[in-house]
Design a protein around this ligand. Structure first.
Ligand code: ADP
Ligand code: MG
Length: 250
C-alpha cells in the first residue's frame, strides 16, 4: 500500500470497528488520517461501508471500538464532544433534504439562527454570499420544488457551508442527479477543494478524483483495501479487488 505523507492531521481514525445490531460488520479495523485542506475520495462497491464511515466520522453512528479524534477532540460518548464535532462537519447527502415549505434563503438561514444563534441580518448576509458562491443567487426566494436537482444540491451545499464547517463530507452528492446536472455540482465541489476546504467525498466520479483529490481510498467489506493518489489508482492499482472494481466503473 502507498504510504501517505505525514502532516497536520485534522482527523485521526484508528482501528475503528462498527457492527450493526443485525450482525453486519460495516467497518472492520478501519484506520486512516485526514490532513487539513486534504481532499480524500472514497470509492468502493455498494455495501462496502462508505456511508457508515462518514456517519461514524460525524457521530451519527456510534463506533464499537477504536478511536476517532477530530481536531484534538475525541469522538467518544461525551455528548458535548459529539455535538462540538457534529457542528464542525458539514454533510451533503445523495438526497438533498431541503425543507420543502421554506424558501432557499430560509433553508440556508435556519441552522445559522438555531445553532449558531446568528442574528437574522448576519444569517442573511452569509446566505446571500454563499448563494452567489454556488451560483444561484437568483433563486433566493424560490422553493425547493421549483428548482432542478442540481440547483437543490447546490443549495444543500450552501446550507452546509453556512455553518462554517472545518470539514465537508459528501456522500454520493451527485448520484441522484440527471447526467447534465452532475457537472454543476462537481464544479462547486472543485471550487471548495481549491479553496482549501478539507473534504471527504464518497463518489464514483473518477474525473473529479483525478482532478482534485489528494488521496483515494478503495474500500470493500468494511476495510481499506488500497489507498493512494488518483494517479496510482488509474495507472497502477495493486490489489485484484481494486482492479476488478475499477474495471466495472471505468
Ligand atoms: P455503502 O455506503 O458503501 O453502500 P453502507 O455503509 O451503507 O455501505 O453499509 C455497509 C453495510 O452495513 C451494508 O451491508 C449495509 O447493509 C449495512 N448497514 C448500513 N446501515 C445499517 C443499519 N442502520 N442497520 C443495519 N445494517 C446496516
Ligand atoms: Mg452509501
Amino acid at each position: 500500500m502507498n504510504v501517505k505523507k505525514l502532516g497536520d492531521h485534522i482527523i485521526t481514525v484508528d482501528k475503528v470497528c462498527k457492527t450493526f445490531p443485525n450482525g453486519v460488520k460495516a467497518l472492520c479495523d478501519f484506520s486512516t488520517n485526514i490532513r487539513r485542506a486534504e481532499v480524500v475520495v472514497v470509492i468502493g462497491p455498494s455495501g462496502s461501508g462508505k456511508s457508515t464511515f462518514l456517519r461514524c466520522l460525524n457521530g451519527l453512528e456510534e463506533i464499537d471500538s477504536g478511536e476517532i479524534i477530530f481536531d484534538g477532540i475525541p469522538l467518544d460518548h461525551d455528548k458535548k464532544n459529539r455535538l462540538k464535532i457534529r457542528r464542525e462537519m458539514g454533510m451533503v447527502f445523495q438526497s438533498f433534504n431541503l425543507f420543502p415549505h421554506m424558501t432557499v434563503l430560509e433553508n440556508i438561514m435556519l441552522a445559522q439562527k438555531l445553532v449558531r444563534k446568528s442574528s437574522t441580518g448576519v444569517a442573511k448576509d452569509v446566505s446571500m454570499e454563499l448563494l452567489e458562491k454556488v451560483g444561484i443567487q437568483d433563486k433566493v426566494s424560490a422553493y425547493p420544488g421549483q428548482l432542478s436537482g442540481g440547483q437543490q444540491q447546490r443549495v444543500a451545499i450552501a446550507r452546509a457551508l453556512a455553518m462554517k464547517p472545518k470539514v465537508m463530507l459528501f456522500d454520493e452528492a451527485t448520484s441522484a442527479l440527471d447526467p447534465e446536472m452532475i457537472g454543476e455540482v462537481l464544479d462547486v465541489m472543485k471550487t471548495l477543494a481549491r479553496e482549501g476546504m478539507t473534504m471527504i467525498c464518497v463518489t464514483h466520479e473518477l474525473g473529479f478524483a483525478q482532478e482534485v483529490s489528494d488521496w483515494v481510498i478503495f474500500m470493500d467489506q468494511g476495510k481499506i483495501i488500497e489507498g493512494g493518489t488518483a494517479d496510482h489508482f488509474f495507472s497502477n492499482p495493486q490489489e485484484e479487488r481494486t482492479k476488478l472494481f475499477l474495471s466495472q466503473i471505468l
